[in-house]
Design a protein around this ligand. Structure first.
Ligand code: ADP
Length: 165
């Protein structure tokens, strides 16, 4: 059974991420989305909120599971019997960062390979940070994020506006 892990911050999950999952879930028997705490990025949604939003957005993908984890990705992969890491690529900038990460992971876990999936051209401009910025300024992000995320962003915006009144 070919099990893959798709790690990331997913703060929040976007249609770019969902598209990667829709395509890779046809290739692998099981995919585990690993929601990680990225120390270099300030999060809008808690880890539990991010997991919940992904779960609500992948109900049409029965072989995709979601978990959050803190620690070494290598340990997570070993515990799940996974042999592949999935990452998405949008640009040369993504490639530079991702190639270093995949080399690091290869040195930690020689049996694991990273599979890179090019972004669907219609989602190539989408990033979680861009979505947060647009949504919190009142921009319309429908079609760029799943419906559950759109709702979650609206709730965050309401709470933020309430606090600043
Ligand atoms: P991280 O903090 O690990 O970069 P992200 O949630 O930003 O977490 O991204 C997780 C993965 O999804 C990364 O491999 C990233 O390149 C990829 N990704 C992000 N947005 C898109 C998109 N619009 N299309 C394809 N892949 C994407």
């Amino acid at each position: 059974m070919a099990i893959a892990v798709y790690p990331g911050s997913f703060d929040p999950v976007t249609m770019g991420h969902i598209d990667i999952l829709e395509r890779t879930s046809q290739v692998f028997d099981k995919i585990v989305v690993a929601v990680v705490h990225n120390v270099t990025k300030e999060a809008l949604f808690t880890l539990d909120e991010r997991v919940d939003l992904i779960k609500k957005s992948i109900q049409h993908l029965p072989n995709v599971e979601v978990e959050c984890f803190n620690g070494l990705l290598a340990d997570f992969l070993r515990a799940r019997d996974a042999t592949v890491i999935i990452r998405g690529l949008r640009s040369i900038t993504d490639f530079e960062y991702e190639s270093h990460m995949s080399m690091m992971n290869k040195s930690l876990l020689p049996d694991i390979d990273t599979v890179f999936i090019m972004s669907n051209p219609c989602y190539i401009f989408i990033s979680s940070s861009g979505i947060k910025e647009a949504a919190l300024l009142g921009g319309d992000v429908s079609g760029l994020v799943p419906a559950a995320v759109e709702k979650g962003l609206q709730e965050k915006l309401q709470r933020y506006l309430f606090k600043t009144k």
